[in-house]
Design a protein around this ligand. Structure first.
Ligand code: DGY
Length: 324
């Protein structure tokens, strides 16, 4: 019997590709640092049984139409799936997979690293030292607000939010707050976290951390109004999706010192143009979406994406099926 055919939108590494190639005929976009152009997807998706994509690919109804009726599975090598029209896929009985769980620790780790880099001004201080601005030890030079004895508020208390909570607890906080669509009593009890309305979270927190999914409800939830309600000393950290922030409002808040600083692993657009205001602000740390960037984790994500495809092609449940 002929092997099923799969289009893969980037090189996902030799381990995962070898497994996929054992079971399927694979066509692939080979440029590691360039997203596959849309017309390449359109050219290659016709008649395929499955598509393995990344968060940089916009997979919408047009792509599904062009793929045709053989398409049975779409799997993204990411936890986030806001770049895909999941509803449209489910309507057409196409299985949709993502990579939950495998990157949770890595993203939580980076979130804490970004928080510390932002409040303790690590990048700014290192650059100042390199540029000869380190003329003496000075009482208040390069100071920032402490995490110890502070209130941390986590917006989005899923797997990643909970693992961030678990890590920041070690910093002897005053309070740990969270907000989500639903109260998560058991998990919160174990972490000593208090469920509060979003408005209370932003007003009370010294550190506001966004770890929520990007959905129509969370789009631009961090806007002018929200930044104005935060403390002037607040540090805002985002490792979810750039779309949860009104970026112009954030730039205004940072420029006018409405909030103290921000650390962003995600922006709109990505990559962030080098002339973006965010890069000019000393009170903003920007990382190029690297929260899950550890070798083991990226291999595990690729393998789970492959296993999602293979399971769906066998008619079995995907191990990482998207639950809406
Ligand atoms: C994801 O998996 O969605 C992350 O954003 C990738 O780092």
């Amino acid at each position: 019997m002929a092997k099923p055919s799969v289009y893969v939108t980037r090189d996902i590494g030799p381990e995962a590709l070898a497994v996929l190639k054992n079971h399927c005929n694979v066509t692939m976009w080979h440029e590691p640092m360039t997203p596959v152009p849309r017309d390449e997807i359109i050219k290659n998706i016709v008649g395929k049984d499955a598509l393995l994509c990344l968060l940089t690919d916009n997979i919408d109804a047009e792509i599904l139409d062009i793929a045709g009726p053989k398409l049975k599975a779409v799997a993204t090598m990411s936890v986030g799936f806001d770049h895909m029209d999941v509803h449209e896929m489910k309507t057409r009985n196409i299985k949709v997979g993502h990579t939950p769980n495998v990157s949770t620790d890595s993203v939580a780790e980076l979130t804490v690293a970004l928080l510390l880099a932002t409040n303790r001004r690590l990048l700014e201080a290192s650059e100042a030292a390199r540029n000869g601005e380190w003329t003496t030890w000075s009482p208040f030079w390069m100071c920032g607000p402490s995490l110890s004895n502070s209130t941390v508020g986590i917006a989005g208390f899923g797997r990643i939010g909970q693992q961030v909570a678990h890590r920041v607890k070690a910093f002897n906080l005053k309070s740990l707050l969270y907000h989500d669509m639903f109260e998560k009593k058991e998990e919160a009890k174990q972490l000593g976290a208090e469920f509060v309305p979003f408005e209370e979270l932003i007003k009370r927190s010294d550190f506001v951390i966004a770890t929520c999914l990007l959905t129509p409800e969370t789009a631009k939830m961090f806007n002018d109004d929200v930044f104005k309600k935060m403390k002037k000393t607040a540090v805002f950290i985002n490792t979810s999706r750039g779309g949860v922030v009104d970026q112009d409002a954030l730039i205004r808040a940072l420029k006018t010192k409405t909030i103290w600083a921000a650390g962003l692993d995600v922006t709109v657009p990505e990559p962030l143009p080098t002339d973006s205001e965010l890069f000019k602000l000393k009170n903003c740390v920007v990382l190029p979406h690297i929260a899950s960037a550890s070798i083991e984790i990226r291999n595990a994500m690729a393998m789970l994406a492959v296993n999602n495809i293979l399971a769906a092609l066998r008619g079995e449940p995907m191990p990482g099926e998207v639950v809406e």
